[in-house]
Design a protein. Structure first.
Length: 378
């Protein structure tokens, strides 16, 4: 390949060699370390999947117990971090709060002892354990309440839902939330993962790696799309309005949020699983008219844009599930981040194992030998 062949968005250009996950976008296949996502959704838990991604194999029973135990007992955040978060403006976006808080962990733990497996393990555990606590703490503090202490008797997902609502969640709801985390844990070389790997390649600390990835995930073309899906379904308002709304958007060449993907040209397998989870939620906890609107929109888009490979992506049904759980819309992307920390950390470790600092080239399109014009002559 010539260095002059510029590909906007680096489409089709490998940025790393990786054995963490695999996507076949034509057939709608996603695997973590070779295991199909459907298998993990049915049989695994988020923490077990995080272990698989980060250490490259499923844990034994003892390894899993030890890992869960470590994560459980590192959930509390330092008072100084909590006090710092208290000073954040309550109108600020929770993704910005999360990015700042994740970076702030580096103030306390940034020894950058990257050759030491104990440091690596410690950072993995601390980030997986504290990111949910920070998301929940900001949610309560922006409403003027004190954060809730994590509950050691609850598992990872149930504890997060508890910290958010101050109520112990229904077990089915906690299990569905855990599956959602598993589905969002990793997805090859997406924008935030690329960002994490670029940051990791400078040998900075893992807190800076996660903070930079959180910042990248927040944009509406990436993780931020799930928030916008709910706004769109509310704007459509009824099943009858789906087609007129779609016509109008397409005429204005506007994108439909939650649809399309750089890699998948069929329905994202995670969207298929999330749709089933949404149905389980509505069966148990009550009907939601926005689900019918979503299904009709999917049908209409398949007719209009199916030939371009535009189908629901992971963000389309996740918002409906989270809304039914009572999670505020602007926490959808931070919840995505809670899950994706597992993938980012796996890529951080993989990057360190064979590191070369990222330093791509560019195609220069400017001038040469331009004379400096004194300010009074401009
Ligand atoms: N609605 C309508 N048309 C679309 C959509 C969409 N959501 N997505 C792509 N298209 C069309 C484009 O208009 C374009 O058509 P054209 O060839 O006639 O001009 C064609 O499909 C290719 O689109 P690109 O934007 O070039 O595709 P790209 O691979 O760059 O973008 C992306 C992928 C960013 C995900 C895009 O599909 C999009 O913006 N979707 C909406 C936002 C969204 O849901 N993002 C979440 C992605 S999943 C994730 O990050 C977790």
């Amino acid at each position: 390949m010539s260095v002059c062949e510029f590909k906007p968005g680096l489409e089709g250009i490998p940025a790393a060699q990786s054995s963490i996950s695999f996507v076949n976008g034509q057939e709608g296949i996603l695997e973590y370390r070779g295991i199909r996502i459907e298998d993990l959704a049915d049989n695994s838990t988020f923490l077990e999947t995080a272990y698989l991604l980060i250490w490259g194999k499923l844990p034994t029973k003892d390894e899993l117990i030890e890992f869960e135990h470590e994560v459980r007992y590192h959930r509390r955040i330092k008072y100084r971090i909590r006090d710092m978060m208290k000073s954040f403006p309550e109108s600020g976006h929770p993704m910005d709060a999360l990015q700042a808080s994740a970076a702030a962990l580096g103030l306390f733990y940034s020894r950058r002892d990257l050759d030491n497996p104990v440091y690596i393990r410690d950072a993995v555990v601390r980030l997986l354990a504290t990111i949910p606590t920070m998301v929940a703490a900001f949610q309560l503090m922006r409403k003027g309440n004190d954060p809730v202490r994590p509950r050691d008797d609850l598992d990872y997902s149930a504890n997060f839902l508890y910290m958010l609502s101050e109520r112990e969640p229904d077990p089915l709801m906690a299990r569905i939330f855990d599956v959602c985390l598993t589905l969002h844990a990793e997805h090859t070389m997406n924008a935030s993962t690329f960002s994490a790997r670029v940051t990791a390649s400078t040998l900075t600390d893992p807190y800076a790696v996660v903070a930079s990835a959180v910042g990248t995930l927040g944009g509406p073309l990436h993780g931020g799309a799930n928030e916008e899906v709910i706004g769109m379904l509310e704007e459509i308002g009824s099943v009858e309005n789906v087609r007129p709304y779609l016509e109008d958007r397409l005429q204005r060449k506007a994108k439909i949020m939650g649809f399309g993907h750089r890699v998948y040209k069929v329905k994202d397998p995670r969207a298929t699983i999330l749709q089933k989870l949404a149905e389980q939620m509505f069966d148990k906890f009550g009907y939601d008219k926005y689900y019918d609107i979503a299904v009709e929109l999917e049908r209409a888009i398949a007719e209009k844009l199916g030939h371009k490979g535009i189908y629901p992506n992971v963000d389309f049904y996740s918002g409906l599930v989270y809304r039914k759980m009572g999670i505020p819309t602007d926490l959808f992307t931070p919840v995505f981040a809670i899950a994706r920390v597992a993938g980012w950390l796996a890529h951080w470790k993989e990057q360190l194992a064979e590191n070369r600092i990222f330093r791509p080239t560019q195609v220069y399109t400017g001038h040469h030998d331009v004379a400096y014009t004194p300010i009074e002559q401009r």
